[in-house]
Design a protein. Structure first.
Length: 413
């Protein structure tokens, strides 16, 4: 008698149970074939209360096809490819997990699962085996196979023996399925990364929308070519390195390559949002920027005479005469006054020091490096709590914690 399976859970059919016969629910399990052995690796399955009678499609076929299609399944199935015995023929095994083992087993002496498998392989009549503390093999039809839920402790793994040709075909199908699934998952990951990248680009575009009309957007490949693969370094600071470059149909430029993405991104936005929207003879000109992936670059006018620091403290630098020094001091003050008083929003530079004063032709001063600059309202009600700037040039306001005003830049100057 075939065990009646209560439809309280779902029974899952392995990939090689790919063909099934539907039975009307009102007939019931016992009406399929009372007392029948589930021969030819047939199995009873339950899917939400609907019962099915299935068998191996790849390795088996109905014993009597006409009776089978007419609804008579009592004769079961037979192998399509007979098992072959011989020293050069080695059949493999397929594992069905968590089933109630058939009753008509034969006990075999074996010390391990490998010995049990070898014993079944050498026996031409062995069709399945299991080894769970004891080696059991089956030489006849499998009777009353029943799938169990994975929470049932009575479930065991049954190793079925199809012909090697059928096993190879099954493995090829399985490899194809695994390969397709892997490609699908990889495609999903790639699409997700593209969506994330596009979202970041959109956010960056919104942040730079106000400056795109006045600034050029450079490609990374163009900057790499212009700087000869970043070979000629002009200097290096806390936020990145500056390289000399020559762009087509333009003068010599200075390309700043920002270091850390997170820290560099903050400085990148600060510089573009401040100096990218203002113009003054004593402020270094920002020509454009590059934002590709994790790469951030800023492109400035090239200053042929370097920084004021190099002329004041350099061992082999040219000593500046007093007229030139006076012009540099006056020009720097003019640039700071423009930031404080002439812009729509008051811009506190926060990092006045000789290193950030660049010298152009005829030693005209240009304030550069606006990575720490801060835009505040005209009422100076904003209190900056994070200390900004170089220690030797910090105003007392940064230490006391009071509201920062343009006088902080005046002190550093």
């Amino acid at each position: 008698m075939i065990t009646r399976i209560r439809p309280l859970f779902f029974l899952y059919v392995l990939p090689f149970f790919v063909l099934s016969f539907k039975v009307h629910p009102s007939i019931g399990i016992d009406a399929i074939s009372p007392g029948q052995s589930i021969s030819g690796y047939q199995t009873i399955t339950s899917r939400g209360g609907r019962f099915e009678l299935g068998f191996f499609r790849s390795g088996f076929e109905p014993r009597f096809p006409d009776d089978w299609h007419a609804g008579n399944h009592s004769h079961g199935c037979v192998r399509r490819t007979p098992l072959q015995c011989g020293k050069e023929v080695k059949d493999g095994f397929l594992v069905i997990a968590n089933i109630r083992l058939p009753a008509n087993s034969v006990s075999w002496t074996a010390q391990s699962s490998e010995e049990c498998e070898l014993a079944c392989s050498k026996n031409c009549f062995c069709i399945a085996y299991t080894c769970d503390g004891e080696c059991l093999i089956w030489r006849e039809d499998l009777l009353n196979i029943q799938y169990l839920p994975f929470s049932d402790n009575l479930g065991r793994n049954l190793h079925l023996r199809p012909a090697m040709s059928e096993l190879i075909a099954y493995r090829r199908i399985n490899d194809t399925i695994v390969g397709a699934a892997t490609e699908f998952i990889a495609l999903i990951i790639i699409l997700g990364l593209i969506i994330i990248w596009r979202c970041k680009r959109m956010k960056l575009s919104v942040a730079l929308k106000a400056t795109e009309d006045s600034l050029m957007l450079f490609k990374y490949s163009d900057l790499r070519t212009a700087t000869k693969k970043f070979s000629e370094k002009l200097g290096e600071g806390g936020f990145g390195s500056v390289f000399k470059g020559t762009l087509p149909k333009t003068a010599v430029t200075a390309v700043k390559k920002l270091k850390c993405y997170r820290q560099g991104e903050k400085q990148f936005r600060a510089e573009v949002s401040t100096i990218g929207t203002i113009h003054h003879i004593n402020l270094v000109r920002l020509r454009g920027f590059c934002a590709e992936g994790m790469k951030r670059f800023l492109v400035y006018d090239y200053m042929p005479n370097g920084s004021l620091e190099g002329h004041l403290f350099g061992k082999h630098s040219k000593i500046l005469d007093w007229i030139t020094r006076y012009q540099i001091a006056l020009g720097t003050a003019s640039g700071l006054a423009y930031l404080h008083e002439k812009c729509r929003d008051c811009i506190i530079y926060c990092d006045v020091k000789p290193e950030n004063i660049l010298l152009g032709n005829r030693y005209s001063p240009k304030i550069s490096d606006f990575g720490l600059a801060k835009l505040i309202g005209r009422d100076f009600s904003c209190v900056l709590t994070t200390v900004k700037g170089t220690r030797d040039y910090l105003a007392p306001e940064w230490i006391s914690g009071v509201a920062i005003t343009p006088s902080a830049d005046v002190f550093s100057y």
